[in-house]
Design a protein around this ligand. Sequence first.
Ligand code: FAD
Ligand code: DHB
Length: 398
Amino acid sequence: MRTQVGIIGAGPAGLTLSHLLHLQGIDSVVLESRTQEYVEQRVRAGVLEQGTVDLLKESGVGARLEREGLIHEGIELRFNRAGHRINFAELTGGKSITIYAQHEVLKDLTAARRAAGGQLYYQAEAVSLHDADTPQPKINFRHPGGKTEILECDFIAGCDGFHGICRDAIPSQALRIHERVYPFGWLGILAEVAPSAEELIYTYHERGFALLSMRSPQISRLYLQCDPEEDIANWSDDRIWTELRTRFATRDDWSLADGPIVQKGITPMRSFVAEPMRHGNLFLLGDAAHIVPPTGAKGLNLAIADVRVLTRALIDFYKHKKRDRLDRYSDTCLRRVWKVQRFSWWMTSMLHCFPNEDTFAHNLHLAELDYVTSSRAASQSLAENYVGLPMEEDEAKR
Ligand code: FAD
Ligand code: DHB
């Protein structure tokens, strides 16, 4: 089998790349180790930056997102039993975020690729990469029955997430890893109950962080900080709601409505960057290259930003025979990646309790939150990062 761009992974990075390349007449094949049903049901991110929404709409896969997505023009930061709104629209010249689940984005992209006759192979696991640093890279992959086949291509796009094989295909002497693992995780639930607020609430409490989010006017998504080694079996539904209620407690005029929990799980938290994001004709995108702690809601959006940079570079290559954007790919992406890492780390540090914190540390959290919510400059800094830094490659040259 042969194609121009061999894409490993049908997550947000792989499917968006395949879709955008198709619109430019560039051929790709997507290999995904899981089934389509599994990928389309996996509960993950839910916050789309303005730039991500614009890209999905401009590329023709935004119709359902436009109908069903919830546009939010602000968030609440809650601490010391009081809420403080950060008004994105006012602080960023009218920008907003949209709540629309990651797996719904994937359904829309898959439908568009299928309608266009795109080559998507599910239960097709990439087992090894060959000649990645030559003009004829190859992917050895396994069909569901076990038969293996070679996909020949001009470029390999490693969109295979944090546990994929692409990053490991870069020789260790050519790769630098920057990593921080946090001493806590998030326990996340999906519940059949109308969200208790119209906008997201990020709460700092001495028992730990809590977040109220949503998926629709009928479905709430909530998170609470927990030990990363915690066994989810120790968390009955009752215990989860009681803990959430304690952490969100504010004025007497607000209460957290509960309902049946339909999904729950614990996610560990890390910051991770692999550098460079390219080796010869192998390019890493999204979680394959970097992980952010979820507090800034950036994982999916960062994957889409990489896709945008690589798409422009591949258009230049195929249409104008120019390689300079391909050569700059890693530097262009990493410049933005590090700014988003900084924001995600900062939000995480401000809103979570670290083990053995004393009263000094506790008061620093409160002072930082007080400053962020009372200074226009600090609120604006949070707002412009949250709605998303510019995506254009030219930004990297400024
Ligand atoms: P992925 O979505 O991981 O896609 C990679 C794909 O590659 C997968 O479908 C995988 O099956 C496939 N693959 C792997 N290896 C192979 C192989 N050898 N051959 C073929 N296919 C392969 N972000 C937020 O902003 N907010 C959140 O609340 C949030 N929650 C998360 C919860 C969890 C449990 C996880 C893991 C991530 C969460 N994220 C969240 C992060 C966000 O979902 C990711 O940043 C985003 O999915 C990255 O997209 P991606 O396409 O780079 O990788
Ligand atoms: C959601 C996830 C996040 O990581 C976040 O910061 C905000 C919302 C969500 O899943 O809705």
